[in-house]
Design a protein around this ligand. Sequence first.
Ligand code: GLP
Length: 266
Amino acid sequence: MRVIIQPDAGAVAEKGAKVIADLVRSKPNAVLGLATGGTVVRCYEELIRIARAENLDFSQVRTFNLDEYVGLDDDHSQSYHRFMREHLFNHLNFNLDHCLVPDGMTQDYEAYCDWYEDQIRRAGGIDLQLLGIGRDGHIAFNEPGSSLGSRTRLKTLTQETIEDNARFFGSADAVPRLAITMGVGTILESRRCLMLATGSSKAAAVGAMVEGPVTAQVTASALQLHRDVTLVIDAEAASWLRRRMYYQQVEEAERSLTTTRREPAR
Ligand code: GLP
């Protein structure tokens, strides 16, 4: 796992957006796995800025979102459908027919979740999966105890997640209790993962994910088994990492290598 520690949340957003923009530039028909939540908002803003400045084309990009609340229709102010339109899709030339967010209003969850998995497979799999992390160490809505081999399915939210997301709904009572979420196994099949985390409230979860054991109690820790994960965090989110000095040394070494490669000896 590559751990990149940035000074602040703005720099995390910039780095994250650059990774996505680099992919779309080199592969215009890339398949992106997308995430919602407060952390990714700034990353999407930065991506929109880069894309406009460079005229980046998103018309052939396909996207699959990680999750959606059960019982919220597309236009509900807190649905992830609406979040994606407002924070990303409406601002660039995405083809909305190719941008899937799980349907929280489906009547047949099992068939729908199988269909969603099948759509990912038919698109050729996810090239880059963007992720945030919950305070309880979840990825998407894979709450503690989720099977590390799980696929897209219905999931009950923990009280901690409900309270964390109450800020968006006005009160904890208004937060749905269930969600449809990609599984941990689905996420592990993406070719590359990019996780962003900022702030001291995420420090314990980030510490457990990077340096703790691989356990279904911290579903983000399953990313230790993935061969290509980039974690971009700010100094606060990195504060529980015992080896943070080492991760910074790795980045410095990487930078000097790139510089040497770029500038041939005279
Ligand atoms: C929700 C989403 C997760 C996201 C998490 C973190 O639980 N389902 O995918 O990682 O929020 O959100 P925030 O960035 O708001 O802390």
